[in-house]
Design a protein. Structure first.
Length: 822
C-alpha cells in the first residue's frame, strides 16, 4: 500500500525524514520498502527558469526560425534559436537551460549547446506540452512580465508540489492500518515511545443536519450480514475535475483521478480506511433503497463495464423496483454511477459482512480497494466520521451543494470494544523482561487501548473494535512488545535450546529421499503441482468418481474447486506446458497427497468419511533416445516404466517374485493396465498408457505412460523386508534359453512364478528376450523366448545338474501353463 509523506503529516506532526519514517514503521511491524519521490508535474520542472525575451529577429538562413536574446536574471543574456511562430520580445517565457532534462512520453532528452543553421543556441524556449503543464503545442508559453520574476524557477511559478511515497506492506490481520490515518496512529505510538508524546489527530468534521433522509432505506437482511448502513442525500452537485491538491494526492499513491465526487470517496477510503459509494439519485426508481441479497440469475453491469451474474448469496443495494445498483462492498453499478450530468447523489457509508464480501469478490474474480478492506473486517463505528468527512469535502468542492434532510442510519446492534484480561506477570514472562508499568500504560494509551479495571497485576482492557487482531491477552502483549521495541529486549539471558535432542528417524521420509535420488539419477525431474484441481477432470471416470471428490466450500476459482483424487492430471498439465515450449522428452515424478470422500450410507458427514493418501506419480512420454548419428530415435514404452517400478521395489528390499501382477481394466488407462499387489493382495501400484482422450484434453498428442504408487503400503512392506548382504558369487552363472509356445493370455509373470516354484534354490532370474505373434503359429498362441539363470553358491554346476533342472522347469511349465517347446 502506498502512503504519502505529506498526507501522513496531516494527522501526526513530525520532522522525521521519509526514510526515517520508513525505518520506524518497519520496526513496529509495518514493513516499508521503497521510498519514491513524486512531483505534481513529472520531473519537477528542474532546470527550467522564467526568462524575458529582450530581442527577437528572423534567422538569416531560415524562414521559420527566430534568434532571440533572453535574460534569465544573470549577468549576460542567452542567445536562443526558437522555431515557435508566437515568439516575440517583451514577453516572459519558460527557458530550459543547458543540462536540463526534458521528457517526451517515456523518452527524455538533454538540452545542449548547439549551432542551428549557423547560429549558436544556449537553451530552449518551451511549450506547455514540452514541460508537461498543458496540452497546447502550437507555440511557446508566453507570460506577462508583471506576473513573474525574471530568473525565478518555473517550479515556483507553476506551483510544483513534491512528495515522498512510502510502500508499506500491510499484513492481512492489520486492516486498521490500511489508511493514512491508521499508519499515522501507529507512527504516533512509535514517536511517543521513542521521541516525544504525540497523538494522531483527525480533522474535525462534525456535520449538523436535521430531518429525515428523503430516500427511505429498507434493510432486509440480519445485523450479521450488514452491521451498519448510513447514507444521506446531497443536491446541487456539480460533477467536475477535482481540485489540484486532491488530484495530486490520489495520483501520488497510484490512484487515477475520475471526477470530484468519485475522487472524494476514494480520498476518504485512503485517508480513513472506510469505503464509501455515491449513487446518482436521479437514476434510481421506486423512491427507496433496498439493502439485501440478489435473486439468483440477476444481472448487472459493474463500473468496469462487465456484466455480472449474481446469486442469492450476494449482498446488493437495489432501488425500489429491485434493480441492482451496487454489489455491496465490492463494486458499484455502471448504470447508477455519477457522471457529468449528475446533480444529486445518495452517499453511502456502510459496514458489510466480511465473509459475504470475500465470497462474492472471489466468485466474481473482483478485487477492489473496498473489498480488500471489507473482507478483512471493519468497525461499524467508523462509518459516521467517514460520511461526515466526505460531505465536508463535497461541500468544499461544490459550493452550491447542500444536504437534503438528515442521515439514514441502520445500526441494529451497537459495536462494543473487545474486553481483554491482561496479567502483567504473564506479559513479563512472555516478553522475558519486566517493562515498567508506567511505560506499558503509555504504550496502551498510544494504541487507544483503555484500562477499565485494575486488580493487583491483572488489568481489564477495552480494545477498540477496529483492532480485529487484538482479542486475547497474548495479542496485547504482542502490541506492547511491538511498540516497546523488539531490539530493546536482550534474549541471551533466558533463551535456552538443546540442539542435540534426537528423536526417532523418519524412515518414510528417508526412503522417499532415496527413491527420489534414484529417479533423478535415472533422468527424471521432480515436479510439484497444486493439490487443488478441476472437478471437470473427473467427470465420467469410474476409477475416480465425482461422488468421492472433496469439494471446497469457497474455491478461489472453478478450476481449483476440488482436492485431487489422483496425481495424474497435474503431471499431464506439466507435460502439456513443456510440449508448448518445444520439449520432446518427458520423465517426471511427483510426491503428493490425494484425497477422497466416502460418506457413510445414510449417515451425516463426519471427519471419518475423509481419507488422505500419500502417493508417488511417475510419467514418461516422448523420446527415450533422440535421433543421432549413433542411435536411431526411440520412443518410451510401458515396459520401460515397469522397469523403473521394479527398480524402486528392489531398492526398498521387496522381492519381485513375491509380488502379484495382474492385467486389469482402469478407465484412466488405454486398454489394459498392470496392477501390482503384495502376496497378500494389498495394492502397491498401477501403470499403463494414459487414455488418449484424457491426454487430448491437455493438447497432448503423444502416448503418455503413467504409474501411481501407494506409498503407505509400500512403506509397510519395506519395513517388513529383510535386506541381506552376502559375498560376491565365487561360481559362474549358467544361462539356458527356452522358446515356449503358450496361450496369448499367459504373461511373463506367470512363467516366472511357475519357474520359481519348480526350482526355488538355484534359479536366480528369468528374462524375456523375444516375443512373436503372427504367421506360422496356431490361433490363440504366441511365442516367448525366455532366458533362465542358474547358480550354485557352493560349486560349479555340472551339465547333468543343469539338464535336470531345465527338464523339471519344462515339465512344470507344460503342466501348469500348457507351454510347449517350439
Amino acid at each position: 500500500m502506498n502512503i504519502s509523506y505529506q498526507w501522513l503529516q496531516d494527522y501526526v506532526a513530525t520532522d522525521l525524514s521519509p526514510e526515517a519514517i520508513a525505518s520506524a514503521l518497519t520496526s513496529i511491524g509495518l514493513e516499508t520498502g521503497s521510498v519514491e519521490m513524486v512531483e505534481s508535474i513529472p520531473g519537477g520542472l528542474k532546470g527550467l527558469v522564467i526568462g524575458e525575451v529582450l530581442t527577437c529577429r528572423k534567422h538569416e538562413n531560415s524562414d521559420h526560425l527566430s534568434v532571440t536574446t533572453v535574460s534569465i536574471g544573470e549577468a549576460e543574456p542567452l542567445q536562443i534559436v526558437c522555431g515557435a511562430p508566437n515568439v516575440c520580445a517583451g514577453k516572459a517565457v519558460v527557458v530550459a537551460t543547458i543540462g536540463t532534462v526534458l521528457r517526451s512520453g517515456e523518452e527524455s532528452f538533454t538540452i545542449k549547446k548547439s549551432k542551428i543553421r549557423g547560429e549558436e543556441s544556449y537553451g530552449m524556449l518551451c511549450s506547455e506540452v514540452e514541460i508537461g503543464v498543458g496540452t497546447n503545442n502550437d507555440g511557446i508559453i508566453l507570460l506577462d512580465l508583471d506576473q513573474v520574476r525574471v530568473g525565478m524557477p518555473a517550479a515556483e511559478y507553476f506551483g510544483v508540489v513534491a512528495d515522498a511515497v512510502l510502500e508499506v506492506d500491510i499484513t492481512p490481520n492489520r486492516v486498521d492500518a490500511t489508511s493514512h490515518y491508521g499508519v499515522a496512529r501507529d507512527l504516533a505510538a512509535y514517536l511517543t515511545q521513542n521521541v516525544a508524546p504525540v497523538k494522531a489527530v483527525l480533522p474535525d468534521v462534525a456535520l449538523s443536519v436535521e430531518g429525515v433522509c428523503p430516500l427511505p432505506v429498507e434493510v432486509t437482511v440480519s445485523a450479521e450480514q450488514i452491521a451498519r448502513f448510513q447514507g444521506l442525500v446531497i443536491r446541487g452537485i456539480k460533477v467536475a475535475p477535482s481540485p489540484e491538491w486532491l488530484r495530486f494526492r490520489l495520483e501520488a499513491i497510484g490512484q487515477k483521478s475520475i471526477n470530484n465526487i468519485v475522487d472524494i470517496t476514494n480520498y476518504v477510503l485512503h485517508e480513513y480506511g472506510q469505503p464509501l459509494h455515491a449513487y446518482d439519485l436521479d437514476k434510481m426508481e421506486g423512491g427507496k433503497l433496498i439493502v439485501g441479497t440478489a435473486k439468483a440469475g440477476d444481472k448487472m453491469i459493474t463500473l468496469d463495464h462487465t456484466e455480472r451474474t449474481l446469486t442469492e448469496h450476494d449482498l446488493i443495494i437495489a432501488d425500489g423496483v429491485g434493480n441492482p445498483l451496487c454489489i455491496a462492498g465490492v463494486m458499484g453499478g455502471e448504470d447508477s454511477g455519477t457522471t457529468e450530468g449528475t446533480t444529486a447523489i445518495f452517499l453511502e457509508s456502510a459496514n458489510f459482512n466480511a465473509s459475504s464480501v470475500r465470497k462474492t469478490a472471489r466468485r466474481l474474480g473482483l478485487s477492489t480497494d473496498s473489498s480488500f478492506r471489507f473482507e478483512r473486517g471493519l468497525d461499524p463505528e467508523r462509518t459516521e466520521w467517514a460520511l461526515h468527512r466526505a460531505v465536508a469535502l463535497i461541500l468544499e468542492c461544490c459550493p452550491e451543494a447542500y444536504v437534503d434532510g438528515g442521515i439514514s442510519d441502520h445500526y441494529p446492534v451497537v459495536s462494543e470494544p473487545y474486553r481483554v484480561i491482561l496479567s502483567l506477570d504473564k506479559m513479563n514472562k512472555l516478553i522475558g523482561k519486566a517493562i515498567p508499568v508506567d511505560q506499558v500504560e503509555r504504550i496502551l494509551a498510544s494504541l487507544e487501548i483503555e484500562i477499565t479495571e485494575r486488580s493487583s497485576d491483572v488489568w481489564t482492557l477495552a480494545v477498540p473494535r477496529y483492532r480485529i487482531d487484538v482479542t486475547r491477552d497474548v495479542d496485547v502483549v504482542e502490541e506492547v512488545m511491538r511498540i516497546y521495541g523488539y531490539n530493546n529486549v536482550d534474549l541471551s539471558g533466558y533463551i535456552h535450546a538443546n540442539l542435540s535432542a534426537q528423536g526417532e528417524p523418519d524412515r518414510s521420509y528417508s526412503r522417499r529421499l532415496l527413491i527420489s535420488e534414484q529417479l533423478v539419477g535415472a533422468g527424471f525431474s521432480e515436479i510439484l503441482n497444486n493439490s487443488l484441481s478441476n472437478g471437470a477432470d473427473y467427470e465420467g471416470l469410474m476409477s475416480y468418481p465425482s461422488s468421492k471428490l472433496v469439494r471446497l466450500m469457497n474455491p478461489l476459482s472453478a478450476e481449483l474447486g476440488v482436492m485431487r483424487q489422483t496425481l495424474l492430471f497435474g503431471g499431464l498439465d506439466s507435460i502439456s506446458r513443456n510440449l508448448r515450449r518445444q520439449q520432446h522428452s518427458f520423465y517426471f515424478f511427483e510426491w503428493g497427497n490425494c484425497y477422497e470422500y466416502n460418506q457413510t450410507e445414510g449417515g451425516e458427514p463426519s471427519m471419518a468419511d475423509y481419507a488422505e493418501h500419500l502417493r508417488l506419480g511417475i510419467w514418461i512420454s516422448g523420446q527415450r533416445v533422440q535421433n543421432s548419428w549413433a542411435h536411431a530415435e526411440e520412443e518410451t514404452s510401458p515396459f520401460e516404466l515397469k522397469a523403473h517400478l521394479e527398480h524402486i521395489f528392489t531398492r526398498l528390499g521387496l522381492k519381485l517374485q513375491n509380488l502379484k501382477q495382474a492385467v486389469v481394466e482402469w478407465d484412466i488407462f488405454s486398454g489394459k493396465a498392470l496392477e501390482i499387489r503384495t502376496g497378500g493382495g494389498k495394492l502397491l501400484a498401477r501403470l499403463g498408457q494414459v487414455a488418449p482422450q484424457l491426454a487430448a484434453k491437455e493438447d497432448i498428442n503423444l502416448p503418455v505412460y503413467y504409474a501411481e504408487l501407494e506409498w503407505a503400503q509400500i512403506q509397510r512392506e519395506a519395513e517388513r523386508a529383510k535386506v541381506t548382504i552376502g559375498d560376491l558369487p565365487k561360481y559362474p552363472v549358467v544361462k539356458r534359453d527356452l522358446s515356449l509356445l503358450i496361450d496369448t493370455a499367459i504373461t511373463m509373470a506367470d512363467i516366472e512364478r511357475v519357474a520359481r516354484q519348480s526350482e526355488k534354490k538355484l534359479l536366480t532370474d528369468c528374462e524375456l528376450f523375444d516375443v512373436y505373434e503372427g504367421k506360422n503359429l496356431p490361433a490363440g498362441k504366441k511365442s516367448y523366448a525366455v532366458s533362465f539363470f542358474l547358480q550354485d553358491e557352493e560349486k560349479t554346476m555340472s551339465d547333468k545338474q543343469i539338464d535336470g533342472i531345465m527338464d523339471k522347469l519344462q515339465k512344470s511349465l507344460k503342466k501348469e501353463l500348457g507351454a510347449e517347446l517350439r
